[in-house]
Structures are given as C-alpha cells and as structure tokens.
Design a protein around this ligand. Sequence first.
Ligand code: 5GP
Length: 195
Amino acid sequence: MKLLEERILKDGVVLGKDVLKVDSFLNHQIDPVLMQAMGDEFARYFSDKGITKILTVETSGIAPSVFAGLALGVPVVFARKHKSLTLTDNLYTTSVYSFTKDTTNEIAISRNYLDSNDHVLLIDDFLANGQAAKGLVDICEQAEASIAGIGIVIEKSFQSGRKDLEKLEFDILSLARIRAFEDGVVKFVEEEGNK
Ligand code: 5GP
C-alpha cells in the first residue's frame, strides 16, 4: 500500500537490526486518516469472505481493526494482555511471546464474544515471528471459530512469521512488506498485490 510505504519511509525509525519504530502514526500517536485507508484496504481484500468478526490484540491492532470493522460492518474483539477486574472468568486464554519486549504474556478474550458461528479476520500491527498471530489462531481454535484470513499492517518478511503462517495455509494480506533494513533504511519487497 503506497500511502503506508511512503509514511514508513518518512516517519519510521529503524532500531537495531530488526525493529521498526512507528510511534508517530501507529504505535503511540495514531493517524486516523491513514488508519481508515488501511481499514478500507483490508475490507476490500476480504470483502467476499463472509467475515463475521475481527479479532486483534491490544493495543496497536485496535485502530486498523476498528476501521476494517466499520468498512465490513462487523464487530471487533481485542484480546487483552493484562489482567482485568471485569474480565476474570469464562475466558479463552493463550500465551504469546512478545518479540519486542522479550516476555511472555497471557492474552485473553471473553467466551461471550467468539464462538463456532464466527468466521474471523485476524488483524495485527506487525508480523515478525508470528507469535501474536498464532496466539489468535489458538484462541479461534478453542472457540471452534473458523479463520477467513490474516491482515497485517507491517510485515517484516525477513522474519519467519509469514512463512510459518503460509505453511498453515492462511490467506495473508500485509499492507507493507519489508524485505530488509539496509544501513537503517527500510527496503520493501518489490511486488504488486502482495498476497
Ligand atoms: P510476532 O508475534 O509476529 O513475532 O511479533 C508481532 C508483535 O510484536 C506485534 O504485535 C507487535 O506489537 C510487535 N512487533 C514485532 N516487531 C515489531 C517492530 O519491528 N516494531 C514494532 N513497533 N512492534 C513490533
């Protein structure tokens, strides 16, 4: 997605050898115009898949998911990473290793919001090694919900997540695919229509 690639080149900051900081439009400050354009893009690609629900992880998956949900006319459920006073039982839970924080979190969603009638679009802000996405897949399996596909804002194609998820035969749309960081400069995968 051209708009997103341009924004990454303009405002993204490469940290170390494999982390991209995009706090100015996605992970801290949020650009709603860009989020809406991304939500529309997800909705266009998955429009004929019979999606009933979008599932994401707090926090940074929520903004693009809400715009995709608005465009598709379906609710958005976000898995919580932190214990909540109001979300205590009747949960689906799974463990997710965090790439950026080097910690393992329990993520949880209420059983009230996902069940075997759902056909789910999974959305997340980044795809690195695929742990977050696999956690969401695990939650869908517990709920016996089917998975329509996976929408990713920024994929780092040099990490293992996409390959692992493709092996599981998921339909993945990544709006920006990063091939490499070369001397702190982002290089994108060169292709049209990046299924
Ligand atoms: P994975 O679970 O695919 O290994 O990593 C994806 C998760 O880690 C995302 O939910 C995202 O929060 C975080 N993440 C992974 N790589 C990056 C990165 O380069 N930049 C940022 N800001 N977050 C990342």
